[in-house]
Design a protein around this ligand. Sequence first.
Ligand SMILES: Nc1ncnc2c1ncn2[C@@H]1O[C@H](COP(=O)(O)OP(=O)(O)OP(=O)(O)O)[C@@H](O)[C@H]1O
Ligand SMILES: [Mg+2]
Length: 343
Amino acid sequence: MATAVRPGEDEKGRKGRRSRARARADALADSAVTIPIAETVPVAPAVPQPSESPVAAAVRARRERKQAAAVAAAALAPRVARAAAEEVEREPEAAEPEPFHDLLGQAIGLRLDAVTREFDTGDMKVAALREVSLEIGPGEFVAVIGPSGCGKTTLLSMMGGLDQPTTGQVYAAGVALDQLSDEALADYRLQRVSTIFQTFNLVPGMSAEENVILPLTLAGVEPEERRSRARRLLELVGLEGRSRMRASRLSGGEQQKVAVARALANRPGLVLADEPTGSLDSVAGERVLNLLRDLNRRGATVVLVTHDPEVARHAQRAVRMVCRTRCSPLRACTGATRSDSVC
Ligand SMILES: Nc1ncnc2c1ncn2[C@@H]1O[C@H](COP(=O)(O)OP(=O)(O)OP(=O)(O)O)[C@@H](O)[C@H]1O
Ligand SMILES: [Mg+2]
């Protein structure tokens, strides 16, 4: 590399300046490959000017690289800003303690179109539901109230895919349940819906913990995860001290709590609760209702069946089923319980 001769400068000084200039040029060359955006931001290459000295060319090259770096920085800036904004948006989720964050699946909306369910008992037909139409949006908390025998449990069975209408259609998440394959329907029942049965339906010979673990086993959850999840759910309903006890030895209220814990095992998007506080004292009942409300607040659709208007007040909307004792049009009335339920 040539350097200009300065007046009074000796050979040693010139050599020193030359080597410093070489080092600067090398550094500039190195910096060219460290600009990350160089490939994506087109920058005109440094074209040597005909009359330009090598030093002037190096200085111009440095200026052009600086400009390229500035263009690159400008191009990167929105991405960096966006990334920072995403960080800010995600931050509260990570920071907030979220005890239920993994308890729920995607909320499910329901629609019942003119659903009729008749039971043929041999000597007569009982219409448990007659032309019931009802819509429940995803994430809603709806209470279904009505007198005994008017078809509330039958209605929940339709919603949960446990029973099918005699006529009419039930849609869950926009899909007609009678159109699902057996496998898809089983998946819906097991993975997406949880029913807290009025009669608990626990396996009497199994412990509380084993009852909660059962749906997790059916869903193929790993053994370690099953146990820790079951314990956590039993804690949530206040039964941590009873987890090893057989269901048959538990009191009615304790069995109801196990039924609640089991219903939440597979992260339901729809919780169907059939009189979930019927066997509980007011404190335990309040705890279960708060749990349902909390689940709903975090996204699950909840349908709560109750006789009790006070319990129904926990919901956002109440649907009243009207019972008119009426005989099946096909059979004479014998005085047995019949109902014609209208929402
Ligand atoms: N499997 C069945 N066979 C015959 N009749 C049935 C069957 N299931 C329900 N029913 C009848 O359908 C009607 C509605 O029953 P359902 O259990 O849905 O009422 P409910 O509103 O839940 O009552 P409760 O408040 O007492 O629990 C009742 O008259 C009942 O006898
Ligand atoms: Mg019932």
